[in-house]
Ligand binder design. Sequence first.
Ligand code: 5RP
Length: 231
Amino acid sequence: MTSATSKRRAAEAALAEVKDGQILGLGTGSTVAIFIELLGEKIKKEGWKILGVPTSYQSAYLAAENGIQLTTLDEHPVLDLAVDGADELDKRLNLIKGGGAALTREKIVDSSAKRFVVIADGAKLVERLGTKTPVPIEVLPVARRTVAKRIGLLGGKPKLRDAGDRKDGPLITDNGNLIIDADFGAIDDPQALEFVLKRIPGVVEAGLFINLAHTAYIGSEKGVKRIDRRY
Ligand code: 5RP
């Protein structure tokens, strides 16, 4: 069982929710990339009319390559369904997102949908958020140091995300900002942390998605597990 198979199973489960004529939020990441490809095949086969609102250049380009017509929140501020991945999720369906640096647009699009479905492989499910991954925070470049200092005062370890092998220097988001990955360890109260992080001047968005997701499909070797949010 590869992680690719688990992701595909989750993506297939989300695709089963899609209906002809819907307007979809298209998340970002490798699991959503599988969903977009499957959706493209479905549209071609069934002649469906689907519109997609992308959350990144990645999902916009992939959607276009797979024959999915794009639209914007200006034209369609309420979406039928958003499908997105996660870096971590707990049983209450609170999430850490932003591994692909698309957290700000993801939060805008995912929260604009009547239904938000998360697709992930089993490795993403944790008892407490922050166990395996830091919290990505999108920050205006001018506030890089002041935000990092405030994260430190809140007990986090801030690290400016590097662009990696293909560019020297920091990663620049699709919005022209920076990402600070803030390691808080296992988080006791993700909602309270989201609140205080968003109050820091210069923070554009925090990658804690609280009470947003309705359902998660978790792919594994046994099949797909569905978790619904308890209200
Ligand atoms: C991008 C995200 C992704 O949804 C998250 O990183 C999960 O990606 P993948 O499906 O590749 O594991 O939040 O900003």
